[in-house]
Structures are given as structure tokens and as C-alpha cells.
Design a protein around this ligand. Structure first.
Ligand code: PEP
Length: 250
């Protein structure tokens, strides 16, 4: 069965709640495409107003992060039940900015992935190499290691429903998009890794996004690649151009 494309915006630490509602109202008519799952991943404080503002639209809502415990004395953290209680469906896990600035590791990513599945959330699991790693020729080994650890103790059924975002760190927010060949090569290797860890059916079902300076110009060619099932979009998800990215096939 053909995989449905999934195009998610990662708003990062932008947009106050009132700005978020304004942005949803601007984007809502532009991001209609039945052939694509459209997700807005927004800051925790924007989740409730964005859930409200997207009611009755094709837009699904995701969080940018969550904690791996159920509840308790973890000041400042967001529990998975807080997300599901308001109808959030997706959660970005292990974004490179969280790994760099908030000490997230492959092990904490794995704990969060397991917790997301326990609560019925779909994790968008991020992986990606630095420019140095790419220049050293260790990109594929690095990504395979990130994937294998992220999926430890995840069942095949759960894995099949997950989303992986391949985001070369050197391409995030830099305006430098990976070439189509580079993006396809790594996304293909991720799918092969899932086949190795699980089986061909799981690999055929899992959706793999490319992320890193995706624009309306680069999206059509990237998303036409056999192993690229959409994108995780940062900067361009805050602009009307996101509508063009979602409608890359029109
Ligand atoms: C991201 O942060 O997930 C991302 C891909 O950002 P940008 O599109 O701005 O490079």
C-alpha cells in the first residue's frame, strides 16, 4: 500500500498564543491537500489555542517535545497525558536542537519514543549527522546507530506507525538543503535499517521525512524520491509558503 505523505511544520520557539491563532487562520485555507497528512507542531503553550483554531480542518496538531515519565516532580516538563487529554496526536522527539541545547541523548529519545507509544501518540523521531560526520564519511553508520537505539523495545506494529525525520544538522535553518541524492540515500538507508531490525513489511509502512531548509522550490523533487514520505519543515512552516510545500504535487 502506498504510504501517505506527511508534512509537518516545526514552529520551534516562535509564536505567542495569539500569534499562533493568527498564523493558523492564515495557513488554514492554504494547507488543504487530501493526499497529505498535515501536522502543525507548536510550542506547549500554543497547543490548546491551536487545537481550538484547527477544529474542523485537515490540520493535525503535534507537540515539539514531551517528558518520558507519566507525571510527578519534573518542574517545567510536559507529560504525555497532558498532550493526549487535549487531542494532540503527534510529538517530535529528539530534534537536534533538543540534543544540542537540552542534553537529549539516543537513550532519552528511546525512553520518550516508548512513552509516546504507550499513550497512543505518534512520535516524529529525529535523526541526523553533523557536517563533520558527513565529511568523515560516517553518516550512514551514525544514523543507523541513532535509529537502532531509538527503536529499542519498540514493537514492529508500533514501529510501522512511527514517523522518522532525517534532518542533517548542517541543513537545519542554514538555507543549505541536502541534495536530493543525499536525502534519498540516507532515507533509503533508514528504511533498510528498519527492515533489518524488524521486517520488510514494517519498513514498507514506516514514514520517513526529510528536514533541513525545505522550501516551496525544493519540496517537489525531494518528496518525489522513493524513500522520502514528506518533510519536517522549520522556517518555511511559519509562512504562507508552507501551503505551497503541502501542495508540492499540484
Ligand atoms: C527543523 O528544525 O526541523 C527544520 C528542518 O528547520 P528548517 O526547515 O528551518 O531548516
Amino acid at each position: 500500500m502506498a504510504r501517505k505523505k506527511i508534512i509537518a511544520g516545526n514552529w520551534k520557539m516562535n509564536m505567542t498564543p495569539s500569534q499562533a491563532v493568527e498564523l493558523v487562520n492564515t495557513l488554514k485555507p492554504l494547507v488543504v491537500n487530501d493526499e497529505v497528512d498535515v501536522v502543525f507542531c507548536v510550542p506547549a503553550i500554543d497547543l490548546v489555542p491551536v487545537m481550538e483554531a484547527t477544529k474542523g480542518t485537515n490540520i493535525q496538531v503535534g507537540a515539539e517535545n514531551m517528558y518520558f515519565e507519566n507525571k510527578g516532580a519534573y518542574t517545567g516538563e510536559i507529560a504525555p497525558a497532558m498532550l493526549t487529554d487535549i487531542g494532540v496526536k503527534y510529538v517530535i522527539i529528539g530534534h537536534s536542537e533538543r540534543r544540542e541545547y537540552f542534553a537529549e541523548t539516543d537513550e532519552t529519545v528511546n525512553k520518550k519514543v516508548l512513552k509516546a507509544f504507550e499513550y497512543g501518540l505518534t512520535p516524529i523521531i529525529c535523526c541526523g549527522e553533523t557536517l563533520t560526520q558527513r565529511e568523515q564519511g560516517i553518516t550512514l553508520d551514525w544514523i543507523r546507530q541513532q535509529i537502532k537505539i531509538a527503536f529499542q523495545n519498540v514493537t514492529a506494529e508500533q514501529a510501522a506507525s512511527a514517523v522518522i525525520a532525517y534532518e542533517p544538522i548542517w541543513a537545519i535553518g542554514t538555507g543549505k538543503v541536502a541534495t536530493t541524492e543525499q536525502a534519498q540515500e540516507v532515507c533509503g538507508a533508514i528504511r533498510a535499517c528498519i527492515a533489518e531490525v524488524y521486517d520488510e513489511a514494517t519498513a514498507a509502512a514506516i514514514r520517513i521525512q526529510y528536514g533541513g531548509s525545505v522550501s516551496a522550490a525544493s519540496a517537489p523533487e525531494l518528496f518525489a524520491q522513493p524513500d522520502i514520505d514528506g518533510g519536517l519543515v522549520g522556517g518555511a512552516s511559519l509562512k504562507p509558503d508552507f501551503g505551497k510545500i503541502v501542495n508540492y504535487n499540484k
